[in-house]
Design a protein around this ligand. Structure first.
Ligand code: F6R
Length: 256
């Protein structure tokens, strides 16, 4: 696992975006797995700046990690809305190139299988961007999720519902269920890039990067992936003990 420590959330976005741009150089039709929430917002902003600089995203396909169950896709808090608003529109990715789990399907188990088939049909995810929950979740794979899990309905933990209440008018409006890629689905991506910023993520980052690989901390499964990069700002890196982490602002030298 490659751990890159940068100064702040802005440089985190610049660094993570540079990994996506690098991926697009080898594959202009990159299948980009996208996370929602606050962590990757500066990454999407940096990618939008690259588009302004002439980079063409029109052949990129986007695959989302998860969606709430039971909120209309037109609701601004839905992940369909997030992906359109924060990613597809600013990057110029056509709507038909977006794949988001269908949290309103009458048969959610079948929707999970259909999503998996669709990802396979795209040839799999090239680069998967991830955030991390304070409890170590990735996607909405809460602690205890099996490492081999596939796209399925999952129950949101109360900490996750409380953390995500900021996106809803009232805390009770936060859905209780979601349709999320499983940890096994996420591990199938060729490359994983997890971004985390802020001191409230420090403990989860330390457990994911330096703790035991355990379903108690779902993000620790990244330690088993052959090409995983964790990009954190100084505050989110505060709990890391081992030295030898790469510091992007030092031009890629290793710190120790
Ligand atoms: C989002 C997702 C979640 C978030 C995580 C962190 O699609 O799957 O795992 O990445 O909850 O959220 P933020 O970045 O808002 O702190």
């Amino acid at each position: 696992m490659d751990v890159v420590i940068v100064e702040d959330q802005e440089s985190l976005g610049t660094f993570a975006a540079s990994l996506v741009v690098e991926g697009m150089r080898t594959d202009p039709g990159l299948v980009l797995g996208v996370a929602t929430g606050s962590s990757p917002v500066t990454t999407y902003r940096a990618l939008a700046a690259a588009r302004m600089g002439g980079l063409d995203f029109s052949h990129v396909r986007c695959v989302a990690l998860d969606e709430y169950v039971g909120i209309p896709v037109s609701d601004p808090a839905s992940y369909h809305s997030f992906v359109r608003r924060e990613i597809a529109v600013p990057l110029g990715i056509p709507p038909e190139s977006l794949l988001v789990p269908d949290g309103n399907a009458p048969d959610l188990a079948a929707a999970g299988t259909a999503f998996e088939d669709a990802v396979r049909g795209l040839g799999g995810v090239g680069i998967q961007l991830l955030g991390i929950g304070r409890n170590g979740h990735v996607g909405f794979n809460e602690p205890g999720s099996p490492f081999g899990s596939r796209t399925r309905v999952a129950v949101l933990s109360e900490t996750t519902r409380a953390d995500n209440a900021r996106f809803f008018a009232r805390p009770d409006d936060v859905p209780t269920h979601c349709l999320t890629q499983g940890l096994g689905t996420i591990l199938d991506a060729a490359r994983l890039v997890l971004v985390a910023s802020g001191s409230h993520k420090a403990e989860a980052v330390a457990r994911a990067v330096e703790g035991p690989v355990s379903e108690a901390c779902p993000a620790s499964v990244l330690q088993r992936h052959p090409d995983a990069t964790v990009v954190v700002d100084r505050d989110a890196a505060a709990g890391l003990k081992r030295t030898g982490r790469r510091h992007a602002s030092l031009g890629g030298d290793w710190l120790d």
